[in-house]
Design a protein around this ligand. Structure first.
Ligand code: NAD
Length: 720
């Protein structure tokens, strides 16, 4: 057997040191090796106690999720068995936690009698983010140490906690004081416990302390999290598992946990959430860029434009420790941008998330200017000025003159042609798109736009920079709207068409909300401002929406009436303060426009609304793959789940298409092609890629496996 744990005995203490880089994922090999270690320690009369430690950066990142689905995770000894071996071990067992422990890694540590940890390491049970619950006793052991309330909150949020906090809560028993070697200190601590003849922790004899637990705690908690966890299957199962910890004997609780775990693991949600997890990691791997590509050093960043996006980007960049120059041509806009940055950090202090000293340090790194002469030495420029090609070009001409050689010049354009912007400079290889989402300091997504001449090192540097400011990034090629906005235009176009055919904004929004989106298309447009897509359509290439004379007729009409959305108190809805009110006038406007364009109105089912909007999204995604704008279908899923409120538990639009079957998607598209007249014939043409994959009974994911991840590769592969 491959022995990947180091085993040695020091002063009658056996040290089982997990050595399975990079993160001690609890694969079958590691589980076997841990089990061998415990067997050896049990059989050795000279051993009085055991320390379970790690020589990787993490104590353990948890289960090896590559084993999920292949059945590897259920091969003996599987993780719950290992945890039970440790829990029932007749000698003292101490977890020496020098690096963070997540999921199964933390469950392993919880099974030990005592936990000795470095103060800042993170301990957590994030399984809920993968659509499952802890399945190796975590839901039963943690509440016995931490209490039901804190445990259920920790597991439902999936958020880890620092060891020093969990020490105060009684989960960690001793904090390393930083003096000398960690493992030696763990040995001394264990020797001390042995000398004191401490009792071994026996979870089966422990009860969850419910003295402070309100009788209606669980029902209240369910209500509290209802909005946040809407549609997700796993959070409710976490609650049921903790209820079992409170009400059942330990072993029965473990059985209940297993049933709930298996119930979750079998859902399409677990498949969807796992898919998104892997998709986010795959998205940063670019086929022609490997580790030999040298990244450029980024220390200082200039942001041009102190408007909504510029200030949000500045906050994210400052918070990551970079020095920032904010530049705007208008002194007034600059002042207002600088103030909103300061206010944002002041709020962080008020909420206790940052100290005064930290904020002072961050703000000392911020400088405002109206003078391009001040940015000559910055390493990266992110332009966020008005969305007008002439203005962007003027800015890049200026940047080409003032910026030092090697500076990366990025544009935050949402739709415009990055090749055209790059062409006004004498350094097109340094020009790239960095498409942030609003609010830029909150939204996780960053679409990185690779123009024709963008240097590989510029892409690699941008990916590294994105990670450093805690963004999830996806690389896309140049087209109008890139991945996200091009697809959203297809989806919103379909929602608009449904208004003409007789649906109301509230009906469409509700159907999409019930599907699981954070909000429906009309609420989204009212929030972003109806003038934004209206303006962006002016630069759409010919042959897109102009194929339908009625496309976006309602929105265009609203813009002409000054009904821009929330900011004007009126858009697809009326707004009174924070409340949104249905406006009957929209139906009148839609009816008039329908008559003008010869569209017959009728009652439309919610199912039809969802299919038409979501399948339009999928179809456009397939076209993007064929055109080589996206490297892989999973990249599109990352964009949609992180930037557009697509429900993560459905895995993104492309995974969702695979899940329901491409044949069904194609059949529905063909159906709309015939039932929706000339409009349907034009706008529901199935993407050739979907037709080919469906007839070959393959999935979008298969397509990625078969033809790799090169631009244009999908269509090439399919054609051969
Ligand atoms: P905004 O109108 O809030 O801010 C633009 C700022 O740029 C203004 O302060 C203006 O004074 C300044 N400016 C204009 N010309 C300038 C120049 N030549 N030099 C320096 N400063 C100049 O706009 P915004 O909403 O922040 O959008 C900025 C960019 O970000 C646009 O390209 C937009 O498409 C893109 N974007 C916006 C969003 C969004 O939701 N608002 C999302 C993603 C991307």
């Amino acid at each position: 057997m491959e022995n990947i744990c180091k085993y040695r005995v020091v002063d009658s203490i056996a040290i089982i040191e997990m050595c399975h880089p990079p993160v001690n994922a609890l694969s079958l090999a590691l589980r076997k090796s841990i089990s061998e270690g415990f067997k050896a320690a049990q059989g050795d009369q000279a051993v009085n106690g055991v320390i379970l430690a790690s020589n990787c950066e993490l104590f353990s990142g948890g289960a090896d999720i590559l084993e999920f689905g292949s059945g590897g995770d259920t091969k003996s000894p599987f993780l719950p068995q290992i945890c039970n071996i440790i829990d029932d071990f007749p000698k003292l067992v101490v977890a020496a936690i020098q690096g963070s422990a997540f999921g199964g890694g933390f469950e392993l540590a919880l099974s030990c009698d005592y936990r000795f940890a470095a103060p800042k390491v993170l301990l957590g049970l994030p399984e809920v983010n993968l659509g499952i619950i802890p399945g190796a006793g975590g839901t039963q052991r943690l509440p016995r140490l931490l209490g039901a309330e804190k445990s259920v909150k920790m597991m439902v949020s999936g958020k880890p906690e620092k060891a020093e906090i969990l020490f105060k809560d009684g989960v960690v028993d001793h904090i390393f004081d930083g003096e000398g070697d960690f493992l030696q200190a763990a040995v001394s601590y264990t020797k001390g416990l042995l000398a004191e003849k401490v009792t071994l922790r026996d979870y089966s004899k422990m009860k969850v302390d419910t003295s402070d637990l309100n009788a209606d705690f669980f029902s209240g908690f369910r209500k509290e999290i209802a909005r946040k966890t809407r549609g997700f299957f796993a959070p409710e199962r976490v609650i049921r598992a903790v209820e079992a910890a409170v009400s059942l004997p330990f072993v029965e609780g473990l059985n209940r946990e297993r049933d709930l775990f298996l119930e979750c693991a079998a859902t399409s949600q677990a498949r969807g959430q796992l898919h998104v997890f892997f998709a986010e990691r795959a998205a940063t791997k670019i086929p022609d860029i490997d580790e030999s590509v040298q990244v450029r050093e980024i220390r200082s960043v200039c942001i041009i434009g102190a408007g909504t996006m510029g200030t949000g980007i500045a906050i994210a960049v400052l918070a990551a420790g970079y020095s920032v120059i904010l530049l705007d041509l208008s002194q007034e806009a600059l002042e207002s941008g600088m103030n909103s940055i300061r206010k944002n950090f002041a709020r962080e202090v008020e909420k206790g998330r940052m100290t005064d000293a930290t904020v002072e340090k961050i703000l000392s790194q911020l400088k405002g200017t109206v003078d391009y002469g001040d940015i000559v030495s910055v390493d990266l420029v992110i332009e966020a000025v008005f969305e007008k090609m002439e203005i962007k070009k003027a800015v890049f001409e200026q940047l080409d003159v003032v910026c030092k050689p090697g500076a990366i010049l990025a544009t935050n354009t949402s739709t415009l042609d990055v090749n055209e912007i790059a062409a006004v400079t004498n350094r097109a290889e340094d020009v790239i798109g960095m498409h942030f989402f609003s609010p830029a300091n909150i939204m996780r997504l960053l679409e990185i736009i690779r123009a024709e001449q963008t240097g590989k090192d510029v892409i690699a540097t941008s990916l590294k920079f994105a990670k450093s400011i805690r963004k999830v990034s996806v690389v896309a090629g140049v087209c109008h709207g890139f991945i996200g906005n091009r697809m959203v235009a297809a989806y919103c176009g379909e929602a608009e068409r449904l208004l003409l055919e007789g649906a109301s904004p509230a009906q469409v929004d509700k159907a999409i909300f019930d599907f699981g989106f954070a909000m429906g298309p009309f609420s989204m447009n009212d929030m972003a401002g109806n003038d934004v897509p209206h303006l962006s359509r002016q630069s759409y290439p010919q042959g897109s929406y102009d194929r339908d004379p009625s496309a976006f007729a309602v929105q265009d009409k609203l813009v002409s009436l000054g009904r821009l959305g929330q900011k004007t108190g009126r858009g697809f809805y009326l707004y009174e303060g924070r409340s949104k009110i249905v406006d009957p006038e929209i139906e009148i406007i839609a009816k008039e426009l329908a008559e003008r364009f010869g569209v017959t109105q009728r009652a439309i089912s919610d199912e039809e609304i969802v299919q038409r909007c979501i399948f339009s999204l999928i179809n456009e995604g397939a076209l993007l793959l064929e055109e080589g704008i996206a490297y892989r279908s999973s990249d599109i899923d990352v964009v949609y789940c992180n930037g557009y409120g697509f429900p993560t538990y459905r895995g993104g639009p492309m995974h969702y298409a695979d899940e329901i079957g491409l044949d069904k998607v194609v059949d529905a598209l063909k159906g709309f092609q015939t039932t929706l007249g000339a409009y349907g014939a034009e706008f529901f043409k199935p993407a050739p890629l979907l037709l080919k994959l469906a007839s070959a009974e393959q999935s979008l994911q298969d397509c990625h496996r078969m033809w790799g991840t090169n631009f244009k590769v999908y269509s090439k592969g399919i054609n051969t």
